[in-house]
Design a protein. Structure first.
Length: 328
């Protein structure tokens, strides 16, 4: 781990980087902006075909979807054939095959190729093991993958603003947000009932699109719309509630070991967090009075932990440190 990430990142100055990455809220653009801040020339492509044609093919014709995705990577090659790169950085790399990396290497002698995974290979459509030998370096956010596959472990990052948030008297005891899934919906009902029984001030926001909601209703599924929102919180709205909350709740899938960005945001801000991901206890700087764990099947929380207003030293999960760990 780089002791001085800003110094390490100066190595990116005047480097040409081909970035193949995920389409994931604002996070990819923040990584690009930070690399450019350090003087890198970044050429970015999404890791997958983002057309409606591909979306329909994924549902109705998987063979055609595979062909479209292969064409996507062929188009990337065509667009960068006249540019010489110092680095290929792939963040995840959906449906990428070894031939693509081989072609990039052939066109760019001496290029350094790096793959970073922020999904476990055990997740649906995320198995990257066939790609490991194609890259000079492969790193992962998942500590179980790191141990099993003998890969360096690198957690993801938090946006810069979380290290500079004001410390305000909280309006809410706990804050829970996310996108709709049935496990999250059932978990939300638990939190609501627990908060009522224990006189806790809860702010919850579980977002679902109207299209998805209507599909669920048409399928005969009973969902209480009063518990959901048909609009996502934007970044500013989320930060406002985050600042006003004493404890942040992080609910992760049962099989996830990698630390979520929500958790890293909370640790970078010096706030308290309730999570079901016990792998957080292995992170440097872990404090049991800042991080407590819950059973998602029977939610409960220590009342003193939830009610006591306290801030902790801010841990460094910055994009600067993330990039230093990726390129070091």
């Amino acid at each position: 781990m780089a002791e001085n990430p800003n110094y390490e990142n100066q190595k990116l100055n005047d480097k040409k980087i081909l970035l193949i990455g995920v389409k994931f809220y604002h996070f990819t653009h923040e990584v690009i902006a930070k690399m450019k801040h350090y003087g890198a020339d970044v050429t970015f492509f999404y890791e997958r075909d983002t057309s409606l044609k591909f979306a329909f093919a994924k549902t109705f014709n998987s063979d055609y979807a595979d062909k479209l995705q292969e064409n996507h990577y062929q188009n990337v090659l065509a667009k960068v054939k006249d540019t010489k790169f110092d680095y290929l950085l792939v963040i995840r790399g959906y449906m990428m095959e070894p031939w693509f990396v081989k072609e990039i290497k052939n066109s760019n002698p001496g290029i350094k190729t790096i793959m970073y995974q922020w999904d476990s290979y055990s997740n649906w459509e995320c198995d990257y093991r066939h790609m490991i030998s194609s890259f000079d370096v492969v790193k992962t956010f998942d500590p179980r993958d790191a141990e099993e596959l003998n890969l360096p472990y690198v957690p993801t990052f938090s946006s810069d603003e979380y290290s500079n948030l004001p410390e305000e008297k909280p309006k809410y005891d706990i804050f829970y947000s996310g996108g709709f899934t049935y496990p999250r919906y059932d978990f939300l009902k638990q939190i609501i009932n627990y908060s009522k029984d224990n006189n806790l001030k809860l702010y919850s926001h579980l977002a679902i699109s109207m299209k998805s909601y209507l599909r669920e209703i048409a399928g005969g599924n009973k969902i209480d719309p009063s518990l959901l929102s048909f609009k996502n919180l934007n970044k500013e709205e989320y930060l406002k509630v985050f600042i006003a909350s004493n404890v942040i709740i992080d609910y992760t899938k049962d099989n996830q070991a990698g630390i979520t960005m929500r958790t890293l945001d909370t640790l970078m801000a010096g706030k308290k967090i309730l999570t079901n991901n016990t792998f957080v206890s292995q992170e440097p700087g872990f404090r049991p009075d800042q991080v407590q764990f819950f059973n998602p099947k029977e939610f409960a929380a220590d009342q003193e932990f939830v009610k006591k207003e306290v801030y902790f030293p801010k841990l460094d999960y910055s994009i600067d440190k993330f990039l230093a760990n990726i390129f070091n």
